[in-house]
Design a protein around this ligand. Structure first.
Ligand SMILES: [Zn+2]
Length: 423
């Protein structure tokens, strides 16, 4: 982190923390703008003139912005730094002319922002990951994000392992229960655990289990959406992707899109009749690969469900078209899902398309495995983010913001560091 910059902010925070969000708004607006009149700033930040004057004065004192005077003489425009100066054309002082102040960000401040951005990227990514990240940034319009349970974890919705763990008391026989517990703790075959749970806990009534899962997730969603302080849904939606695939049953992507007044369609793979039309659609669309809590009939949950879904020729064909024409970006998706992995490998055998995976703290052997599967790995080293609150989510937020707009990551770091230090 650019220490100078942070220190300067931190010292200010003690007295003037109320200005923080305003400063970030100001920097965000003025970045890459060149000289701007105070009136346009006032409009962009929807402030009254007193409030703006105070903010500009503060930002000027802290060498975040600089002011210049623009004045008119004999129908020509000139610039000056102080109003006491003499006109470049006549002999009068500038005060005697029609003049107005203009503002720009200080070059040193912009340099500090750039240093901070590069530093955080270098902390998170090694050279190869950074290269892949920039590759993805260039190919973003041809990419499709594929979101797994890791994205919903911060809201409080567990992955499969956690979910089944919470249903264990449904299994009354202690031997059976211990057996499933062992599968979970050994990182074993999760679908086998689901099947046993349905057999022994629900007397093979899988629809009943699905209804319980729906209630369970809906309750977690209700309790989690406002409590969750950090999650990546806003960043994902801001990427403005036409297609987002997810294996999550929760409807959180939709929830946060609605909150942002963004319209997205929700589809199951079976809702797509013509891939040709679908690929050309302009409306943003979430493909709920494994169904949602809306309808238990379409939830892919047991081994039978998986076999039916992934064994279906039609589904295979649709996924194959997507995987052959777009770059998938796997996020919060462990790639351990056996059925998806097998299908992916089957498709990749005949494809040279290289996809992306964003993951955390992977060992070089894990990375090699991913690369063997035609995946370009963006491996984020989260141990660098000790000052942050939830290192995984924060690392992901930084990366997603960077993909969206190079400068967004700067504002995020400013915000995070300052908020963290105040609390
Ligand atoms: Zn003059």
């Amino acid at each position: 982190m650019s220490i100078q910059l942070l220190k300067r902010y931190m010292d200010e925070q003690k007295q003037e923390s109320f200005k923080l969000d305003k400063i970030i708004m100001l920097v965000r607006y003025m970045r890459n703008k060149g000289l701007v009149y105070s009136e346009s700033i006032m409009k962009a930040l929807s402030m009254d003139s007193n409030e703006l004057e105070e903010l500009l004065k503060f930002a000027k004192e802290k060498r975040i912005i600089k002011a210049e005077i623009s004045y008119e003489c004999d129908d020509e425009n000139y610039k000056a730094s102080i109003i006491e100066a003499t006109c470049l054309y006549c002999d009068e002082t500038i005060e005697k002319h029609d003049f107005d102040y203009m503002f720009a960000l200080e070059e040193d401040f912009v340099t500090e922002l750039e240093v901070m951005r590069q530093e955080i990227l270098n902390l998170l990514c090694d050279e190869k990951s950074l290269k892949n990240l920039n590759g993805l940034k260039n190919e973003l319009e041809h990419s499709v994000f594929f979101i797994g349970s890791g994205i919903s974890l911060p809201i409080g919705i567990p992955d499969w392992r956690g979910l089944i763990g919470d249903f264990l008391d449904k299994i009354t026989n202690s031997d059976d229960r211990e057996y499933v517990t062992k599968i979970l703790s050994d990182n074993g075959d999760i679908l086998k655990a689901v099947d046993i749970l349905i057999d022994k806990g629900y007397q093979e009534k899988s629809e009943e289990f699905k209804r319980d899962v729906i209630n369970y997730i809906q309750e977690k969603v209700t309790n989690g959406v406002d409590r969750a302080r950090v999650h990546c849904y806003d960043e994902l939606i801001d990427l403005n992707q036409t297609f987002i695939f997810t294996t999550n049953y929760d409807k959180l992507l939709m929830y946060y899109a609605v909150k942002k007044n963004i319209y997205l369609e929700e589809k199951l793979l079976s809702d797509i009749n013509s891939m040709q039309d679908f690929m050309h659609s302009k409306t943003g669309c979430i493909i709920n690969l494994h169904g949602t809590t809306n309808n238990e009939r379409h939830m892919i949950l047991s081994t039978d469900d998986y076999e039916n879904f992934y064994g279906d020729r039609d589904n295979l064909e649709k996924l194959s078209i997507m995987l052959n024409t777009k770059f998938f970006v796997f996020v919060g998706f462990s790639f351990k899902d056996k059925y998806f992995r097998d299908l992916y490998k089957k498709i990749q055998k005949f494809s040279s398309n290289r996809h992306y995976i964003i993951d955390f703290n992977k060992h070089e052997y894990d990375i090699k495995d991913f690369e063997d599967d035609n995946l370009r790995v963006i491996n984020l080293k989260t141990h660098a983010l000790t000052a942050f609150e939830d290192a995984y989510t924060d690392a992901l937020k930084v990366i997603l913001r960077y993909l969206n707009n190079t400068h967004e990551v700067e504002y995020y770091c400013l915000e995070k560091y300052i908020i963290h230090k105040i609390e």
